[in-house]
Design a binder for this molecule. Structure first.
Ligand SMILES: Cc1cc2nc3c(=O)[nH]c(=O)nc-3n(C[C@H](O)[C@H](O)[C@H](O)COP(=O)(O)OP(=O)(O)OC[C@H]3O[C@@H](n4cnc5c(N)ncnc54)[C@H](O)[C@@H]3O)c2cc1C
Length: 400
């Protein structure tokens, strides 16, 4: 049987599929992002990703207009979560590596945006936007994962310096980062109220890094700090602000993890449709069999359910502060979006592998790569179980 002569159908990105959640600048951004192709080789090579994202103008999304970044929303005073979602869905579709490095660039610059000071903050953020500085966010420790407040890394003041001691694990962008935002306890007697954030240069005396090999080729590693000496000015904000800065940063970026998952799942569906309409078995394309159609139907429906949750959470986050009537987020929508989209994407990609048959588990196959790429999204920035605790805890909380 001959190959079909029409190109296989592709699903639309969220900004086009659900236009009611987006404004004109998001659509313009989305159209630009659609030009990013698999053949953009710099987006597949860790050290070249951030300079390339700078060239593409995407790093402007990480800094609001009033701080030297892009104006995606009318006010230009906050990072626009829908713009992050548009970019991450597109990047994850073509290069999950670039998506991950982009997201960590945001995590490792947002605390500076929130608590950095004056001219120094402006010059660092300008480097972030131009792609001249690679950022990282160092919260997790061997004994403090989901329970971040139990961290053991300490910071003590010595004259005009802070001395950091401790270990961080599973830190993205290790090896390519120019700085780490390190969370450490500067007043252990105050418990979690002593947790503070420090801007630590990657070349700081007493700081060592070591890569952690992953099932996908992403830069990930461990940071050891032994009498690591940083200037007094490395403290972001005040002693005790660290947990607020960490959780505030994760709160902005968590919804976009769902968008990245949706990008990978959409790619899996596009690839699956292309495959089943071409693969002939029993004398006809696999797509002629109703079981195949049912699989595609379920994958596409789950994707849209996930994307609608992501769009709702992102839209809520972008509403002006204090506008309760417009549904300002309380964290539940964000947790639902992150949990459902990452779990659904895993199921969708797994179905895609099944539709590809043996080919789907071979090295170099796009479904095999997506199957490995999607897995960490259910773990980082709050595991699925932690999202359930957020949702369940909020819904069952007794009014005070
Ligand atoms: C690819 C990747 C990149 C990462 N990048 C970064 C980074 O850049 N910076 C950074 O700081 N961290 C990073 N992390 C770390 C990530 O945030 C942690 O792995 C995550 O928070 C979980 O911590 P843990 O691995 O210690 O698991 P644990 O906290 O030990 O959890 C293990 C299991 O127990 C479950 N669990 C924990 N507590 C409860 C509970 N109360 N009730 C029910 N179940 C529970 C969890 O859901 C999980 O299933 C990254 C991780 C990965 C995989």
């Amino acid at each position: 049987m001959s190959e079909p002569n029409h190109p296989p159908r592709k699903l639309r990105p969220s900004w086009a599929a659900f236009p009611m959640f987006f404004d004109a600048p998001h659509r313009a951004l989305g159209e630009e992002c659609e030009k990013i192709g698999d053949d953009d080789v710099a987006l597949h090579d860790p050290p070249r990703v951030i300079p390339r994202l700078g060239e593409l103008g995407l790093l402007q999304l990480l800094v609001p207009a009033n701080q030297g970044g892009g104006a995606w929303n009318a006010e230009g005073t906050a990072v626009d979560v829908r713009a992050l979602c548009v970019a991450r869905e597109a990047l994850a579709y073509s290069s999950p590596l670039a998506d991950s490095i982009f997201a960590v660039q945001g995590l490792g610059s947002h605390p500076i945006l929130l608590a950095g000071e004056g001219a120094r903050r402006a010059s660092i953020l300008a480097e972030v936007v131009r792609g001249e500085r690679v950022c990282a966010f160092a919260l997790t420790e061997p004994e403090a994962g989901s329970d971040v407040a139990s961290m053991r890394t300490t910071a003590r003041r010595e004259g005009e310096h802070w001395i950091l001691d401790g270990e961080k694990v599973f830190i993205s962008n290790v090896g390519i980062a120019d700085h780490y935002v390190v969370f450490a306890n500067a007043d252990p007697t105050a418990g979690k109220k002593g947790i503070s954030a420090f801007l630590v240069d990657a070349k700081s005396e007493g700081l060592v890094t070591e890569p952690i090999a992953m099932s996908v080729d992403h830069p990930l590693g461990r940071i050891g700090m032994k009498s690591c000496r940083v200037p007094a000015s490395a403290l972001l904000g005040e002693v005790g602000m660290g947990l607020r800065l960490a959780l505030g940063t994760l709160d902005v970026f968590r919804t976009s993890v769902g968008a990245a998952a949706a990008g990978m799942a959409r790619r899996a569906i596009d690839e699956s449709i292309s495959r089943v309409t071409r693969r002939i078995q029993f004398g006809k394309p696999l797509s002629d069999f109703q079981l195949t159609q049912a699989a595609i139907a379920e994958m596409a429906t789950e994707l849209d359910a996930a994307r609608l949750l992501v769009c709702r959470a992102a839209w809520e986050k972008d509403q002006p502060k204090g506008d309760a009537a417009r549904g300002k987020s309380d964290g539940v929508s964000v947790a639902m979006a992150k949990m459902f989209a990452t779990e659904a994407a895993q199921r969708i990609i797994d179905r895609g592998v099944q539709l590809f048959g043996g080919l789907g588990v071979t090295e170099g196959n796009v479904l095999d790569r997506l199957y490995r790429e999607i897995r960490p999204l259910r773990i980082y920035e709050g595991t699925t179980e932690i999202q359930k605790l957020i949702i369940g805890g909020a819904l069952t909380a007794q009014p005070r």
